[in-house]
Design a protein. Sequence first.
Length: 344
Amino acid sequence: MIRYLLTTLCWLAFSHGSSAQPVAKTPADYGYRHLRVPYGRDTVEVLILSKPGEEQRRKPLLLFVQGSLPVPLIKVHEKGAYPLFPFKGSRLAEAYHLAIISKPGIPLVTPVGALQPNFSYFDPLTKAPPQAYCQRNYLDYYVARNAAVLRYLTRQPWVDAHTVVAAGHSEGSTVVAKMAATDRRLTHVVYLSGNPAGRMATIITQQRGAEGADVAELFHYWQSTLAQPDEVTCTPGDAPKTTYSFSVPPQQYLVRSRVPVLVMYGTRDAAAPFNDAFRLEMMRTGNARLHFRDYPGLEHNFIGFTPDGRLDYDQYRWDDVADDFARWVQTGRLPAAPGPAARP
């Protein structure tokens, strides 16, 4: 129950395909540059997607910060690998070098047959995430690590440091929210499917929406987390330190942002009412750095629904979302608001 909120991007929900074990190759075999960036005692694994032939061409940088769970970046199946980004990376690579950072302690390239059904990587011996992941899976580590990566990348001759964008989805939205308030290298931040009130607010909202819901256990869990907010455990569920760090309301970081922020969310996401309330408050206070775009009828991963309430993957709208935030970065304006999601 405690991990009720933690979802992966919708493209991780598709079938694993055959149970045959494919051979894991290197990131270069799948079209990505692999960089290793020092951060303290750690070596941070970074993948870069560039337009073929333009790897050394000077372009703006887009750092995409993924959601929760210890998921390898490259998940290999019989016919290749799942996409690295939820949107068509090749489309944004026309204008940007795209960067993504591996979860700490998680292999970069892994056959899907070696992963859990939700594509999480668990240590084969302990049946839990690796210790390296558990010890670093909290907000301030990700924010400081990402700052080290941006410091390295913005010094590369192929990066145009005049435009540096951080876009974070789900858990990643909280990471980029705090980066917006602390990292001077950023010029734009895109906050995707986050909850300005924090993780526990979404978990409780989701549980209240379930039939016969009883949230008493969740409030008890939160009370126990507050009693030990720095405790690190290593189980399939989140450690108290993880839960606490991602439940501090990220709206406090967003209102202190040094750069323009675009808040994007589907209206059928559990966090949508919190985004609506935050939007109203920013209008009241006249905060001109925060911009909002809602997508009617779409859920947490920007997917629509069939008339009977099932997810409709024909209404997969991530490419529209990416086009919208890329246009906003370039022009400072958003296109006309979309209408309700409908089957094509």
